[in-house]
Design a protein around this ligand. Structure first.
Ligand SMILES: [Zn+2]
Length: 135
């Protein structure tokens, strides 16, 4: 996988979730196949904070089961940075356990979306991945 493709309507769904979660970080799972995202699972941040997130493990298990049943893969994990740029924090890198998934970060500033970027994080190495918003 060398890029990530998100349909425009799902892109809007992600942005809405990130705006709604302010001032805290939003988090969720992007499911699909290969490079193509086909579904957004908005997840509960059980440790609400403006600088970090923690997904509900029970909810995550349910979503993973649902993805298996639908034949979907966990293409990416997304979260928002309500007050900082779209780049993984030290904690994000430390907690990046899914080397086969991408990490998508949405940056907000005063409630306005600043940007969305996708990364692969493998053994502490962060690489930006081209992100396409498809019509
Ligand atoms: Zn982060």
């Amino acid at each position: 996988m060398t890029e990530l493709i998100i349909p425009k309507d799902l892109f809007e769904t992600i942005l809405d979730h990130c705006r709604t979660a302010r001032p805290n970080e939003a988090c969720g799972i992007l499911a699909g196949r290969g490079e193509q995202v086909s579904r957004v699972y908005a997840m509960t941040n059980i440790e609400p904070s403006p600088v970090s997130y923690f997904m509900d493990p029970g909810e995550q298990l349910r979503v993973q089961k649902e993805m298996r049943e639908r034949g979907e893969e966990m293409v990416a994990i997304y979260h928002s940075h309500p007050q900082s740029p779209a780049y993984p924090s030290v904690k994000d890198v430390t907690l990046a356990f899914y080397e086969d998934s991408f990490y998508v970060i949405v940056s907000l500033s005063e409630g306005i979306v600043n940007g969305m970027k996708a990364f692969s994080i493998v053994e502490g190495t962060v690489s930006e991945i081209p992100l396409t918003i498809a019509d």
